[in-house]
Ligand binder design. Structure first.
Ligand SMILES: [Ca+2]
Ligand SMILES: [Ca+2]
Length: 409
């Protein structure tokens, strides 16, 4: 056992060196293409003109470098498994240095490291709710009611709530009869509120927050077990999908610190997974959040990448940061000049999109520049950009888009 492990470790070291060498060559060529792109240069001029500062330009450049880094790993190793491959700090990997005086931070949060809530069946919903401490009778009601909320018919399930039931509410509303895209919408479902709200204070309980931390309404593919936070894995264990403890021990290597003995699974078949349709070893969707700042001025650029096909992708920050993505990301403390007005436009647009559009397809944005940028990136990299947001941190747009009644009218 030990010799085998050592052997595979040294093989993986040699692999890493190869990656670095190839990466530098490839990165140079990718970046030269990027820099030489005339249209892109024009975009940058127009962005300078609009914003009177270069933070925005630098943020887009850092997004390109991040994309190039991911593309390199995808190309060389043919899979993106997780940041343990070496792409967790893309700018460092690319040896990218922003201009003097500008600070660039990249945060990667994998959407596909959370449980795809909209794919769960009744039994799984009940198990998930009871795992979060909801009493079983409330969990049954909440699960049936959620399915009724999303199913196309107006007939209520055994413990459900649908059609006429909503019309009798004060004020009357209509069930969505489609999958939910934001959590706030679910507050309209009485059984969900009963299960997840404190009656006296009329505020959500910790279980509601925890649900949003471990589950996603946006992504519907299998969960990347290489990056899923331990809370997610334990919940999946509750759903009879996998053995959380064994996976966590394997990923940590010989100690629990994040270190270069961290490991990742390459095949679901080699992991302790019983329900293989719900688990993956690769990144499906990845948020990239770029913050460019100079002093107090700040510009935030957020992109949601769809890694093409189920066999290509990687995610990062499976741990703490992924948790933050769901709930906390929405503090918006941008202070760049003119950011406020740009931000208003952008958020309005995003709200419409998320209420009315499916997740495939590039998001329309108020700015031509953004649109162009996104289609360019799509051509150059082995993935597409599902969303591109300016001055909105991860998760924030969804919060703003929560006005459900606008969505159904
Ligand atoms: Ca229904
Ligand atoms: Ca129904």
């Amino acid at each position: 056992m030990i010799p085998f492990i050592n052997q595979s470790r040294s093989r993986s070291r040699r692999g890493s060196i190869l990656v670095v060498v190839l990466a530098i060559v490839m990165l140079l060529s990718v970046m030269v293409v990027a820099f030489m792109d005339e249209a892109l240069q024009q975009l940058r001029y127009s962005s300078l003109y609009q914003n009177q500062d270069d933070l925005r330009q630098e943020a887009y450049e850092a997004l390109e470098v991040t994309g190039a880094t991911l593309a390199i790993f995808q190309e060389v190793e043919e899979h993106l498994w997780g940041p343990a491959q070496g792409w967790g700090d893309p700018l460092e990997f690319a040896d990218y240095r922003p201009p003097e005086g500008i600070d660039i931070k990249v945060r990667l949060v994998e959407e596909s490291s959370r449980i795809p809530f909209n794919t769960l069946d009744y039994d799984q919903l009940v198990e998930l709710f009871t795992y979060l401490g909801i009493p079983e009778y409330l969990a049954n009601d909440a699960a049936d009611s959620y399915i009724d909320w999303t199913d196309e018919d107006d007939l209520k399930r055994l413990n459900g709530f649908d059609g006429d039931d909503y019309e009798r509410l004060d004020p009357p509303i209509r069930a969505a009869n489609r999958k939910s895209r934001n959590w706030d919408e679910l507050e309209l479902i009485p059984a969900i509120k009963e299960a997840f709200w404190d009656e006296e204070t009329d505020t959500p309980t910790g279980a509601w927050r925890q649900l949003q931390d471990i589950a996603t309404l946006r992504y519907e593919g299998p969960v990347n077990i290489n990056t899923a936070p331990s809370d997610v894995l334990y919940a999946m264990e509750e759903l009879q999908i996998l053995d959380a403890r064994e996976i966590i021990d394997y990923r940590d290597g010989w100690n629990a610190d994040r270190s270069d003995d961290d490991r990742y699974y390459r095949e679901v078949s080699s992991a302790p997974v019983t329900e293989t349709s719900m688990a993956s070893t690769e990144v499906g969707q990845l948020w990239v959040e770029i913050t460019a700042s100079r002093g107090d001025a700040q510009f935030v650029l957020t992109a949601l990448l769809q890694l093409s096909g189920s066999s290509q992708a990687n995610g990062q920050n499976g741990g703490d940061e992924a948790d933050e993505g769901g709930g906390d990301g929405q503090d918006q403390d941008q202070s760049a000049d003119e950011a406020d007005s740009a931000d208003e436009d952008q958020s309005g647009q995003n709200a419409e999109d998320s209420a009315s559009e499916e997740d495939n397809g590039t998001q329309d944005t108020a700015s031509d520049e953004t649109q162009n940028q996104s289609s360019k990136s799509t051509e150059r990299f082995p993935f597409s950009i599902l969303r591109l947001q300016e001055n909105a941190k991860i998760g924030w747009t969804e919060e703003k888009a929560a006005n459900f009644n606008d969505g159904i009218e």
